[in-house]
Write a protein that binds this ligand. Structure first.
Ligand code: GLU
Ligand code: ZN
Length: 307
């Protein structure tokens, strides 16, 4: 008999404070929350404030207030990546000692000219660190992985084999480095996020393997598009309305293929979330990369209210 208790589920939501949450971010927040809570798991929150030039003052606080208004309460201490820089640097130092990284002076333009993928140009040049990016030598590329929703994902060979950047030329730590260090530190068992992050997942798996850490499960949710355009901060998606969260929450549940009963049409966010935790069906979530907002859902509200 196997007496070992199953590993408890630990999930997370990891927004970047580059603007307020919009309907697309609500999908990632809600999907990750429901995957965790429907399995009696923990749902952690991490603010990915790793890229000061892209940050908007006040955005982190606005994200916290919005999650609160939507009833999405996180477990455990809130983590800010800006307070984790020592951990990232310690790892970079150990890689430098093991000669796993090198400094690269190539510009985006040079890389574009040599075919769009980095070909290891600086790998053996022993260049100095001044105004250089740090790249990790990709000894064990990851060419494919399984996603719980999207199936087997194949990664372009050139992309998979690229020595990718772990610290940027401007001195900031790279997303792929920080996300793996922090998800591993938190013991995340499954990463649920938007399908725009399918591509970097191979690099993240390569890091878990290099660090000999258990690789989490992956689940990439469909992206919200509207008239063929991805809903994003770049496309000026409007901020979620904290004064009327139930309607957006209802729409988000419909977008994720869940069908709240009409009896809950006037329910508040806590009632809706409680229904959703008990009735969450992953097999109803559309296994697509993009889903049009207007195709989804319910005649009980107007999607236009979200846009
Ligand atoms: N901070 C990233 C974003 O807001 C998400 C990172 C992740 O979930 O891995 O796009
Ligand atoms: Zn280079």
């Amino acid at each position: 008999m196997n007496n070992r208790a199953p590993k408890p589920y630990i999930g997370r939501f990891a927004p970047s404070p580059s603007g307020p949450l919009h309907f697309g971010s609500l999908i990632a927040a809600l999907g990750s929350y429901l995957q965790a809570k429907s399995q009696q798991g923990l749902w952690l929150l991490r603010i990915e404030d790793l890229d000061p030039p892209r940050e908007v003052p006040g955005a982190a606080d606005s994200i916290l207030r919005t999650l609160d208004a939507f009833g999405l309460h996180w477990d455990g201490p809130l983590v800010y990546q800006s307070q984790r820089l020592d951990a990232y640097q310690a790892l970079l130092d150990s890689w430098a000692d093991a000669e796993l990284t090198y400094y690269c002076h190539c510009t985006r333009k040079m890389i574009a000219h040599s075919g769009g993928f980095y070909n290891g140009h600086c790998r053996h040049l022993a260049l100095g660190s001044k105004e250089a990016a740090t790249r990790l030598i990709m000894h064990q590329p990851v060419y494919h992985f399984d996603d719980q929703l999207q199936g087997t994902i194949n990664i372009n060979r050139d992309l998979a084999e690229e020595d990718f950047i772990v610290r940027r030329r401007d001195g900031f730590y790279a997303y792929n480095l920080a996300v793996v260090v922090d998800d591993a530190q938190a013991g995340i068992t499954e990463v649920v996020r938007g399908a725009d992050l399918l591509e970097p997942t191979g690099r993240q798996i390569a890091l878990y393997r290099l660090l000999k850490l258990p690789v989490p499960h992956w689940l990439h949710l469909p992206l919200v598009s509207h008239d063929g355009l991805k809903l994003s901060k770049q496309n000026h998606a409007p901020a979620l309305d904290v004064h009327n969260p139930s309607q957006a929450l209802w729409s988000a549940l419909c977008f994720l293929g869940q069908q709240p009963p009409v009896s809950l049409i006037k329910a508040d966010v806590n009632e809706l979330l409680s229904w959703a935790c008990h009735h969450w069906r992953l097999d109803k979530v559309p296994n697509k990369i993009n889903v049009e907002l207007s195709c989804v859902g319910s005649s009980h509200f107007h999607h236009s209210a979200l846009l």
